[in-house]
Design a protein around this ligand. Sequence first.
Ligand SMILES: *Cc1c(COP(=O)(O)O)cnc(C)c1O
Length: 432
Amino acid sequence: MFVSDCISVNEKGHLTIGGADTLDLANTYGTPAYVFDEGQIRKNCRDFVNSINDNYGGNGLVLYASKAFCCKEMCRICRDEGLGLDVVSGGELYTALSAGFPAEKIYFHGNNKTADELNQAVQAGVGRIIADNITELVTLDGIAKNAGKKQAVLLRIKPGIDAHTHDFIKTGQIDSKFGFALETGEALEAVKFALTHENLELVGLHCHIGSQIFEINPFVEAAEVMLNFYSQIKAETGVTLSELDLGGGFGIKYLETDTPRPFGDFMKAVSERVKSKCSELSLPVPFILIEPGRAIVGAAGITLYTAGAVKTIPGIRTYVSIDGGMGDNPRYILYQADYEIVAAGKANEERSATITLAGKCCESGDLIQENTPVQPVKPGDIVAVLSTGAYNYSMASNYNRIPRPPVVMVKDGEARIVVKRESYENLVENDI
Ligand SMILES: *Cc1c(COP(=O)(O)O)cnc(C)c1O
């Protein structure tokens, strides 16, 4: 009935998440509020871990791409579930470390890490740094040398596979700000550079072909391209790389029409191809890494708002304005993201109205969804936007000096705050 498994309707006709009544949650914590079902997050973590256990003999590690939703409690959940963490900034690294996340299971990504960030990562003892460019390798080698360490690195490669939701092509990917290109020989140069610098230990390669991908084939093809390159590296340098990081991007359900595959299907297809390809190329089967972000948290989170003004423009549309908007969810204004919207107090009723859900910011484009079906909404009603667990809280801003909403975590029907609502005092805290 809803896009997400953790969402349901109770006997009062109210929308629930993880068994908790969303009207009660709105009442207790106020709106806007982000709400997550911890059970769903943990189930998603386990599905990915099991997919590697079942299909690849456990010879790999699931890294949660923390940029999707990063806070200390999320890092603790990932630690408990045995996941590693993909971070892309000093701030994400700091969050993970302050949550007690084991540094050796942290993988540091990013196309322009600063010297300070690299230093912070080396000092902390992160497991891997995924180097993006030669400038970074030069800086990192120097930093590791000063620290008296040999830093384990992966290199980010552009495999030449550009994955889209409905099709994929093998060109164009060369025009990306991320990583080393294969076609131009740049990647091989980078491999040789890393191999010849004392304070760098090259253990493998990484690729990430896109996001919200439903097809399995692009992942399989990327693995093949990468292993062909492993074979070329072995032939030209005599070195056998032992790790292969295939990135994230597994698609989730935002609308009823989205049809994601079970995560295990990806791993099954990829595992089979990796094993057969390795035997073909006489390579040892590598330790594998996958980096789901959205697929772990996206459908496990919702946002609750209170409806305010309702404006019907005859013959054009009806705007329902809410007490949040692009500040807490910039995905619509950024890329017209799809969402399912429910009037939380009448979740059983027919979605007979067509509305445009508008934010309260001073931008005409500050919308959450346009001309979308929902139960009739009047001022004061609680409105839920589903599948907002990924790239909402993590992309939130204080535009118009609106404090960021809290994050509420529900577990077996019981709710707790894991990130407090920002206060007006917080907003002026750093102002001089
Ligand atoms: C964004 C990103 C991910 C996660 O992408 P999802 O679509 O959220 O799964 C994983 N790895 C890298 C390198 C990324 O940039």
